[in-house]
Design a protein around this ligand. Structure first.
Ligand code: 3UK
Length: 540
């Protein structure tokens, strides 16, 4: 008998209140350990309720949206849960974007207020200056609010703002299916999609994956290299651990190998020797750590479990990590649309090079070109097709985008955009995307967006961007560039141009200068030819 699925949450359900209630019996236990200090479950309880009250005092009402643009810290968690507690909807956004990106999000989400890290305030201020938004208040976490104050917007310092308000007495009486928060997700063309998630979706991912598959326990100390603004990081470092009373390490800086090693070995002032038992990261991060000269020895870390998602984990990386640390990496596929992982390996039963089997509570179909589920072969395997998933944590919709919502959310089923096969043991094997999206370091990059930026460089006539596979088996972007007659530019100059005009993580990792691009008779760039060139080059 498979283990019974968890009970459905009650109809009236507020996820923040649910977490606080679940942990009310152990107020002294550490909940969050960030770069500057530690917050117990009791202190978290109080701060979340103060935050809810303070949001109401700003004039925010149920269902209104707030931009959450912060580096990982306990303030991030307090802000997110404070919004949920008040029934206010946080729009949690990537901290690596440009002022133009934020200006779009402010308008698209009709945001009323923003919660921002001091270090990101200048970028947000630039976005606010573009106008066309309804933001009336900005709350600044950790640092000076000394910045040219955008006209008509009130600035508050997070700590003083919280402390000026008593804890709210009661949580907003939200419905489990009510919009709780949004995350933005990029598509190959068009603006990013505002993906609307509910209170119940957080519950389902925490119960089905965090508890059900990963088996997180109250005594775990978890650390995620993937940031809280990614759906992956939000489950890893917020909803999963806080659902079981575990403790979380939060880190504001970029997850470089050195920064991650310091946490894994407990070697920071606030950790003071406490070492994470569970680590989550993207494959590129694991590869970077394995290649790093300061990779800690097995006995310097306290890991019992590692998780990977965002892009397929190459077998070799999993095997090398397991050989070094004696701990498997559990690879699973999830998405912003499904909120977290719905198909995964299992602790103690890992098949590297596969995404494992469906997470109990989710159903998968591999569909053929006719749109129907493909029949298994006699040995039980299924040939390549389009992966669809059905499960209780699917987003409600993409905000204000009927067309793309319809394409993705098809009744109970969600179209993943991924190609998959299934082997004779029932394990699912990733076989590429069926749009042009690339996953670089586990983050979506649209080749078209990069191309549009490349051609803005004065020396560039035309450009095409494709994904290439590096020596670790991971995807990196490569740009084929045709220069204007008589113009010259170096690869470094073109990369610097991209980092300046695009979110820097989107810059092409390699540049090839070519006299012309392969095109069809009608002038369309033949990307498959570029991929063939690449294959020939690597074979040579
Ligand atoms: C790809 C994978 C192979 C795949 C995510 C865990 O990555 C997450 O969400 P995104 O919306 O991207 C979704 C797409 O990324 N992908 C993710 N994981 C894997 N491909 N193997 C994997 N293990 O194309 C998928 O459709 O950024 C991951 C939890 C929550 C998430 N949002």
């Amino acid at each position: 008998m498979p283990p019974a699925l968890p009970p459905a949450p009650p109809e009236r359900f507020n996820f923040a209140a649910h977490l606080l209630t679940r942990n009310a019996a152990h107020p002294e236990r550490p909940a969050l350990i960030d770069d500057v200090g530690e917050l117990s479950y009791g202190a978290l309880h109080e701060r979340v309720r103060r935050c809810a009250q303070a949001l109401r005092a700003l004039g925010l009402r149920r269902e209104e949206r707030v931009l959450l643009l912060m580096h990982d810290s306990s303030d991030w968690v307090v802000a997110f849960l404070g919004c949920l507690y008040a029934g206010v909807v946080p729009v949690a956004v990537n901290t690596l974007l440009t002022a133009d990106d934020y200006a779009y999000q402010l308008r698209h989400a009709s945001v009323q207020a923003a919660l921002v890290s001091a270090a990101l305030l200048p970028t947000l201020a630039q976005a606010l200056q573009q106008g066309g938004h309804e933001v009336h208040s900005v709350v600044v976490s950790r640092g000076s609010t000394d910045v040219a104050q955008p006209g008509g917007v009130a600035l508050h310092a997070f700590d003083a703002w919280l402390n000026a308000h008593p804890p709210a007495n009661a949580a907003a009486d939200t419905h489990g299916d009510e919009p709780a928060f949004w995350l933005y997700s990029s598509g190959s063309t068009g603006r990013p999609k505002g993906t609307v998630h509910t209170h119940a979706n957080l519950y389902w991912t925490a119960e089905l994956y965090g508890r059900g598959v990963l088996g997180l326990q109250a005594h775990d100390l978890v650390f995620s290299a993937a940031k809280l603004f990614f759906a992956y990081g939000l489950g890893n470092a917020l909803s999963f651990p806080l659902s079981v009373g575990a403790s979380v390490v939060l880190m504001a800086e970029r997850p470089t190998p050195t920064a991650v090693f310091a946490r894994l070995t407990g070697n920071t002032p606030t950790l003071a020797g406490r070492r994470p038992t569970v680590f989550y990261g993207a494959p590129t991060g694991y590869a970077g750590m394995l290649a790093h000269p300061e990779l800690p020895e097995r006995h310097h870390v306290g890991l019992r479990l590692c998780s990977s998602a965002g892009e397929a984990l190459p077998r070799d990386i999993g095997e090398r990590w397991a050989a070094h640390f004696g701990v498997d990496i559990i690879d699973g596929i999830g998405s912003t649309e499904m909120l977290h992982i719905y198909c995964s390996n299992r602790p103690g039963a890992v098949a590297y090079g596969t995404s494992g089997t469906p997470v109990p509570g989710y159903e998968l179909e591999i569909r053929g070109e006719d749109g129907l589920p493909m029949a298994p072969n006699p040995d039980g395997s299924i040939d390549i097709g389009d992966l669809y998933v059905r499960g209780p944590s699917a987003a409600l919709m993409y905000w204000n985008d009927r067309e793309r919502s319809r394409q993705t959310f098809q009744g109970a089923w969600t179209r993943t955009g991924d190609k998959y096969t299934r082997d004779a043991h029932g394990r699912y094997i990733y076989a590429g995307r069926n749009d042009d999206m690339l996953k670089v370091s586990g983050i979506y990059v649209s080749p078209f967006e990069v191309e549009a930026t490349l051609v803005r460089h004065p020396a560039v006539l035309e450009a095409a961007v494709i994904g290439i596979t590096d020596a670790d088996g991971l995807t990196k972007t490569k740009a084929y560039v045709v220069l204007r007659p008589g113009a010259s530019a170096t690869a470094e100059e073109i990369q610097a141009h991209c980092k300046q005009h695009l979110a820097p993580f989107k810059y092409p990792r390699a540049i090839a200068f070519v006299p012309e691009l392969p095109k069809t008779a009608t002038g369309k760039i033949q990307r498959f030819r570029l991929r063939e060139w690449e294959a020939q080059r690597t074979a040579a």
